[in-house]
Design a binder for this molecule. Structure first.
Ligand code: FAD
Length: 481
């Protein structure tokens, strides 16, 4: 160890052990950047194991977040959230319509199961933070706690905030799309700060009477309009006393958010899905990743989770569940790595193996489906509107069902019946890695290759009886059969 390093270590030790009350010098086992679903979940599981966890959040909580607020039913896998969801959801979505870009064709789907719960992110995220705090995590919130960058040091990570520097043995990047740890990992892997996989997605909530929702959107029927106005994926999620309306620009397409929302709202009014004409003035926007997971989600003493790792469905933009699941997996890996001694990259590699084998193939499959819908949306939606089984398959995909990769062969077989071979060939096979194929992250840290789950994954059996023929008044465009 060099003289400077010894000097630094000595000073660091003195500050940490003799002046523990100074925030700027306080140490932690783990610093979590961001109190969204990913960060709060990771913090809860780590704190439960007795680790000293500090969450740094740049906003004052509770905070709003631009979002559709649709939480898939897998949320019950986090059993501690079940009571909150059951008591506080703003409607259980049990019906769905997906339109193609021409607005002529539609897949309509009804089920007795909950497709997703409608929530308000402000409340949902705040509850997750409360669980983390109850488990013993600490929270510093507000603009001074914004993390500007991170730096690997000999015995830990330096976290540089607006207020000063903090040190931790491990840092979790849970800061969403613009996360500083993700930036560090990208740069140390020689990748540029390319944000072209993201577009800003604007959303607003329009207050309505509950009776209007019950009448116009029975079973909290959600609407997706794929390729609306040839530029965005647009949605309406009806909630108890509001309509959540948003648009998601296709990758590479720039739109004026307010104008595009207005065009969509005008369309909704024209098909009786809005109670009155409305001029969009206020809306919230946030970056929404569309390219699927990044290749490398860990480094020495660092892990990225949720949107920071782009763990978002490229087909629907669904990311809350993946954020929480990755937070839980990160906590598990970090706890094990710290117990073994040094949380270097090899020790943290199991994190990536865990999410890859659990839902990595699904997210990559979603990317293929998103491409299919972008290229052949009208044909696919028209076919699905006529074909009971295909309809069920697509509806499950749009609802973010885990198991998307396993459904791929079923979808392809179904399409093979009617789709001409030249078009079928352009419908992409799964783009995830094959078993034994090396991935960039394994190359980088010389870990054993990860087996792609494509061959082992059981195919999802979709209940045929979950699909009923369309019923009730159809106030949208007429579905052609
Ligand atoms: C318009 C829109 C609609 C969506 N609709 C849905 C939906 O209906 N269902 C669904 O499942 N998903 C949806 N998503 C995706 C979902 O919102 C994200 O996948 C999810 O929020 C990811 O959680 P996270 O914890 O990774 O990040 P976030 O929720 O973004 O949380 C990150 C937190 O980190 C904080 N932070 C950021 N940078 C720093 C920093 N430098 N220092 C300190 N703190 C920082 C932020 O303030 C924030 O609180 C939608 C996204 C958008 C944009």
């Amino acid at each position: 160890m060099g003289r400077m390093a010894r000097l630094y270590n000595g000073i660091h030790y003195l500050f940490i052990h003799l002046k523990p009350n100074l925030l700027i010098l306080m140490d932690s086992d783990v610093i979590v950047i961001g109190a969204g679903p990913a960060g709060s979940t990771a913090a809860k599981f780590l704190a439960e194991k007795g680790l000293d966890v500090l969450i740094l959040e740049k906003d004052k909580l509770p905070r709003d977040k631009a979002c559709g607020g649709g939480v898939v039913r897998h949320i019950h896998r986090f059993d501690y959230m079940s009571d909150f969801i059951n008591d506080n959801h703003l409607g259980e979505c049990k019906a769905h319509k997906s339109y193609d870009r021409t607005l002529k064709y539609c897949v309509e789907y009804h089920t007795d199961d909950v497709m997703f719960y409608n929530v308000r992110r402000r409340d949902f995220d705040h509850q997750l933070v409360q669980f983390a705090l109850e488990s013993g995590a600490r929270l510093e919130q507000g603009a001074d706690n914004m993390v500007l960058d991170v730096k690997l040091e000999m015995d830990g990570v330096k976290v540089h905030t607006r207020e000063g520097d903090l040190h931790a043995k491990v840092v979790i990047g849970a800061g969403g799309a613009m996360d500083p740890v993700a930036r560090y990992i990208r740069r140390s892997g020689g990748k540029p700060d390319d944000m072209s996989d993201m577009s800003i997605s604007p959303v607003f909530e329009y207050p309505v009477e509950q009776s209007y929702v019950e009448e116009t959107y029975p079973d909290y029927m959600s609407y997706f309009h794929h390729g609306f106005d040839d530029s965005v994926y647009a949605w309406v999620f009806p909630k108890r006393e509001m309509l959540n309306i948003g648009v998601w620009p296709k990758p590479g397409i720039r739109v004026n958010p307010k104008e595009k929302l207005q065009t969509y709202v005008d369309h909704l009014y024209s098909v009786d899905l809005m109670p009155e004409e409305y001029t969009v003035d206020k809306y919230l926007g946030a970056p929404l990743p569309s390219a699927g997971p990044v290749d490398v989600t860990y480094d020495h003493r660092m892990i990225i989770v949720g949107d920071a790792a782009r763990l978002v469905s490229p087909l629907t933009g669904e990311g809350i569940y993946y954020a929480m699941e990755s937070g839980r997996m990160a906590a598990l890996s970090i706890e094990e790595a710290l117990a073994k001694g040094s949380p270097n990259a090899s020790a943290l590699a199991p994190y990536q193996e865990m999410w890859e084998s659990t839902f990595g193939a699904d997210l990559r499959a979603m990317k293929s489906y998103a491409r299919d819908v972008a290229n052949h949306g009208t044909m696919l939606i028209k076919m699905a509107s006529d074909d009971k089984q295909l309809k069920g398959l697509f509806a499950n995909l749009f609802m973010g069902t885990v198991g998307a990769a396993g459904m791929r062969s079923k979808v392809m077989m179904r399409l093979a019946i009617d789709v001409p071979m030249d078009i079928l060939k352009t419908i992409n096979p799964l783009s995830h890695r094959k078993p034994g194929e090396r991935s960039p992250h394994t190359d980088r840290f010389e870990e054993p290759p990860i087996d792609g789950p494509e061959d082992e994954e059981p195919e999802e059996d979709l209940p045929d009886d979950g699909i009923r023929p369309p019923e009730g008044p159809d106030s949208g465009p007429v579905a052609e059969t």
